[in-house]
Structure formats: C-alpha cells, structure tokens
Ligand binder design. Structure first.
Ligand SMILES: CC(C)(COP(=O)(O)OP(=O)(O)OC[C@H]1O[C@@H](n2cnc3c(N)ncnc32)[C@H](O)[C@@H]1OP(=O)(O)O)[C@@H](O)C(=O)NCCC(=O)NCCS
Length: 222
C-alpha cells in the first residue's frame, strides 16, 4: 500500500539516492537548486511516498519571496522512482503537498518545470510573466499556483530565497556578536564559513543584492 507521510531525518539518504536516480548529477546545477542549497525546507512541507518500507517518491517545498514583497513557496524537486512511474504517485505527492501548504496558510507555490505535467495541478505561467528565477533561461518554465485567490496578481521581480546570506553558517559559536536590524540600503557581507545568526528577513521593501564568491576564480593583484 502506498503511504504519503512527512519526511523524517532518517529518510535523507534514501531521498538523495532517489533524486540521483531520477535526475542524475545535473540536479545540482538547476536554477532552483541555488535557492535550496544549504537551506532547510519549509517547516512541515517535506513529504515522501512509501511503499513496502521503501521510499518511492519525494517532494519538498521551500520558503521564497516572489519579488521583493510576496511570500511564496518553491516546490521541488519532485521525483518518483523510475520503476514506479505512471501509477499516480507523482500526482498523489503533488496533491498532498499542495493541500498541506494551503492548510498551513501559504499563499502561492512556484516551481520551474514542465507545464505539460504541472498544469493538471493548477500551475501555469499566466501570473509569473513579471517574475524571474535567477539562472532560469526559459521563462515559460516558471510556473505558479495560487493557493489564495490573486496571491500572484501583480507580483514582479526575482524569486529569491527568504534566507539572507550564507545560511549554512558554521559550527563555530558566535563570540562578541552584536545584533543588528538591517533595512533597505544596508549591505551585510558574511564570508563563507563565518558563523552568523541570520535566519530570515521580512521581505517588505527589501532589495536583494547577492554576491557569490568563486574560490576558483581569483584575479591577480596588480
Ligand atoms: C514527473 C514525475 C514526478 C511523474 O511521476 P509519476 O508518478 O509517474 O506521475 P503520475 O503517475 O502522477 O503521472 C504520470 C503521467 O504524467 C506524464 N508525465 C510525466 N512527466 C511528464 C512531463 N515532463 N511532461 C508531461 N507529462 C509528463 C506521464 O506521461 C503520465 O501520463 P499518463 O497519465 O497520460 O500516462 C516522474 O516522471 C519523475 O520523477 N521524473 C523525473 C523528474 C522529471 O523529469 N521531472 C520533470 C518534470 S519538470
């Protein structure tokens, strides 16, 4: 019998193996992955499909900001074991996840994917034309589904993760730390591996400026 339940921490290895099988290594290069990498999914919104003790499907949702001021969720990756496809497992996971997101009060869900598949769950590019996902070249793949009527009406701007700065932090305890409230126009740079206490920001009116530090591309000083 197929069961859909919340993911547990002990499911992580099986989930990762399933994602490797479904997508291969390119999964780490997907634009959506940049918003997910190093972050935790939205609370209570990671699900697995289990059959006879084996994980045969996975889906997770992540907190993002659609444009500067609209909270939304990003769905993905969705994957079903290749040996168990076309039995409705993907659809069951999608419906379960969307119901749970609506019940938790979320307003809208975005994803990067095929409208031919996700259209059946209410996703379309109708209201995502003025949004973009950094790195996603084909804008028609950015799809949205409103859980509350008109939640995506008029939204424009980049889809960004709601955590500011490198969210992995570090295992080093903070010492001599001061708390600071950042506002529009402030710039905070946190080098990789430096511990910090940021977990989220309120999206209201804040423009994101993201610097990526590329350790493989060091310019010589002149
Ligand atoms: C997409 C995926 C999650 C569907 O899982 P599933 O359990 O087979 O889904 P369901 O049983 O609910 O639906 C299967 C139907 O969706 C169709 N389908 C699957 N992927 C599709 C796609 N990318 N575009 C259009 N239709 C698709 C199947 O052909 C099948 O059609 P049918 O019902 O007419 O036979 C699964 O194929 C998967 O893990 N794929 C690897 C990841 C991937 O390629 N994702 C692409 C979406 S962006």
């Amino acid at each position: 019998m197929l069961t859909i339940r919340l993911e547990k921490s002990s499911d992580a290895a099986a989930r990762e193996a399933l994602l490797d099988l479904a997508y291969g290594p390119v999964r780490f290069e997907k634009p959506s992955e940049r918003l997910r990498s190093g972050r935790a999914p939205a609370r209570g919104l990671s699900f697995v499909a289990v059959e006879q003790g084996h994980i045969v499907g996975t889906v997770r949702l992540w907190n993002v900001s659609a444009g500067p001021s609209s909270a939304a969720l990003l769905l993905g990756p969705l994957a079903v074991d290749p040996a168990e496809r076309c039995r409705g497992i993907g659809a069951a996971l999608m419906r379960h996840a969307l119901r749970a997101a609506a019940k938790a009060g979320h307003r809208a869900v975005l994803l990067a994917g095929d409208a031919a598949y996700y259209g059946r769950f209410g996703f379309s590019a109708e209201r995502t034309g003025a949004l973009w996902l950094p790195g996603l070249a084909d804008k028609t793949r950015l799809l949205g589904c409103e859980l509350i009527a008109d939640a995506l009406n008029g939204v424009r701007g980049a889809t960004v993760s709601k955590t500011i700065g490198p969210s992995l932090g570090s295992n080093t305890a903070l010492s001599n730390a001061r708390s600071a409230k950042l506002g529009p126009g402030d710039v905070q740079i946190i080098p990789p591996g430096v511990g910090h206490g940021f977990t989220s920001i309120d999206p209201g009116g804040i423009e994101y400026l993201i610097f990526r530090i590329d350790p493989d591309h060091v310019l010589a000083l002149r």
